[in-house]
Write a protein that binds this ligand. Sequence first.
Ligand code: PHE
Length: 447
Amino acid sequence: MIKDRFSRIGFILAATGSAVGLGNIWKFPYITGDNGGGLFVLVYLVTILFVGISVFIAESYVGYATHKNSVDAFETLAKSNKQAWKFGGFTFVTALAILSFYVVVIGWILKYMVVSITTLPQSVQEAQNMFLGMLKEDMFSQIGYFVVAFLIVAFIVSKGVKSGIERVNKILMPALFLLLIGMLLYSMSFDSFGTALHFMFYPDLTHFKSESILIAVGHAFFTLSIGMAAILTYSSSLETNTNIVKSSVIVALLDTLVALVAGIVIFTILFNAGFESSQGAGLVFITLPALFYEFGAIGNILSLAFFTALAFAGITSAISILEPAVRYVEEKKEVSRVKATYMISFGIALIGLATLLSNLTPFSNTLTFGDKNLFDWFDFISSSILLPLGGIVTALFVGFFIDQNHLKTNMLHYMSKGVYNTWLFSIRFIVPLGVGIIMIEKLGLFS
Ligand code: PHE
């Protein structure tokens, strides 16, 4: 049982730090843009409410009720077949797969912090050349930034829950909120602010596609960090006597708010320059830097603020992705946390390096399999298959395979009977069926 624990506020900040990540500031705005705005945002919000928060609470329960690493937590709570259920805790393997390419992106962000104060690209064309040049040709600086990013993440995790993870989140999360509030206030001074609001909140059917629903649901999992033992592991390091339901709702709320604010700020800047909403994945790395340039000196500051916020969001997520595996190795193999952290980080960095190389022209042929290179495969397999699968397993586990009386008694401390029954219905039926159908559709199993 872990002794090194979060304080209550430390947990809320750390779990929010985990949830608020590249998914909120980089991915959410561009997929909202590509999927037509308002209606997409609505589906995303409904999914967070009915699916995301339910799984979040279930995962928190497994960690909090046992205070153990994810594998032992599943084994302890299972009513029978303990040896088989243990594998429910091995979802941290998904986390490691995500970490390998997630840190590559943090490396790009660190580079763009430098670009912000040195040479912002002067046009979208130049910005595109700059980004693609880095991605496809510039091996050394990419590896350099990647290594720095990995060292930062590993260093924080090696310091432990209280003096590493909690301490960093207590500084970076408020700083991130301030940066975002500052950018939101600034964006209010533009005429396009209203257009951005309208785009994001007016449910318009024109650009909504059927796969938009699937994308919104998949993203709800990714953004809440559920389905891969991260929230479970953080909750296992939580002080007793904490209201896990209330904290889950707060985290989901903050995560959603950050995504919405990031979207509003980015679309205000985009529409101000007369751009279309659909800019694809290059929105943050290509379109924005070129637009920041137009603002003159204030553009450099704005750009630095933006990429710093993005770096903070990415780092606080990455540490939560590394933590579950570190906790497991630390507890099961009885090695020190420092050793566990650096061993795992080294292994994952090698895989990350392969995903990084797969984007580079000289290596892309060798590292492309079928229609995707290694980087895209890792992204696809983890978010489209492993995360939803992890979510379903956790929901079914808590809904059917643990002591239900115990669960009910515990949960009724935190929610009314009506809410409890709704929650139980959600994890027993809505999550497995809803998410199951999405996975089948997304993977095209029946087409
Ligand atoms: N939630 C993070 C984001 O939105 C990513 C993440 C996924 C973090 C899974 C932890 C676990 O970027």
